[in-house]
Design a protein around this ligand. Structure first.
Ligand code: UDP
Length: 235
């Protein structure tokens, strides 16, 4: 395998499938299959999952809610998604642990770096819920932070688009895809990969990011085997 330890970032919205809200059981099941395959191939898998399918702090704030209160709801939403993914994986016989950045001990282990790394060494899939545990951050930031902390080789950002394009391919038919691109070029061209906080944290720590289409069967395994089917962001 090309990567030994990966941090997979899945957005909450991806879990909705064709629904407007919540979790699509078929999508969840498909993701669990993809993750199981890479784990069975000996790759150590950590996952950060978003919460946008249930709640986003910014949307709460625009509806008049206190932002911090909304962000707490968003963080809890990521724990809900983490529990759903954990259960889908365990149904398929994959050993998992859910660690939360906010203490919720009856539901998930607290985030303890050394323990997380030990789980990975033992072949367990570790899901990180609760984002960074702080308001005003995103789960992309959580993904980069955890990836650095656990010394992952790469962060794999699973999306519904198969990489980074010159412009939004869902709107602009003439958009072309990059096979690889530098951090600097992403910033210079104003391309959207992650929010700026997350992106610069990755750049400063020289952590490569691969953006790829998570919804095509077998793609995750292709990526970890070294096939360049997405876009690699590197130094
Ligand atoms: N959130 C937060 N701190 C974090 C991560 C997430 O406050 O470190 C909250 C924030 O309100 C965010 C919500 O959780 O809107 C869901 O996370 P995100 O929007 O990143 O999820 P995704 O877009 O990946 O589904």
């Amino acid at each position: 395998m090309h990567y030994k330890r990966i941090l997979l970032k899945l957005s909450g919205e991806a879990l909705m499938g064709d629904q407007q809200y919540g979790i699509d059981p078929n999508r969840l099941d498909a993701y669990a299959d993809e993750i199981k395959k890479v784990s069975e191939n000996g790759v150590e898998v950590a996952i950060v999952i978003g919460g946008g399918n249930i709640f986003r702090g910014v949307s709460g704030a625009s509806a008049g809610m206190d932002r911090v209160q909304g962000d707490h709801m968003g963080m809890l939403a990521t724990v809900i998604n983490g529990l759903a993914l954990q259960s889908a994986l365990e149904n398929k016989g994959v050993d998992t642990r859910l660690q939360s950045a906010i203490k919720i001990n009856e539901v998930a282990e607290p985030f303890i770096r050394r323990r997380a790394m030990r789980h990975l060494e033992k072949g367990r899939v570790v899901i990180f819920g609760g984002g960074t545990g702080n308001p005003y951050f995103t789960t992309d930031s959580a993904a980069v932070l955890r990836a650095i902390e656990i010394e992952a080789d790469v962060i794999l950002k699973g999306t519904r688009v198969d990489g980074i394009y010159t412009s939004d391919p869902e709107k602009d038919k003439s958009a072309t895809k990059f096979d690889k691109i530098s951090f600097e070029d992403v910033l210079r061209k104003g391309l959207k990969v992650m929010d700026t906080t997350a992106f610069t944290l990755s750049q400063e720590n020289e952590l490569p990011i691969v953006v790829f289409d998570m919804n095509t069967h077998g793609n995750l395994l292709r990526i970890v085997s070294g096939e360049n089917i997405g876009t690699v962001v590197n130094l």
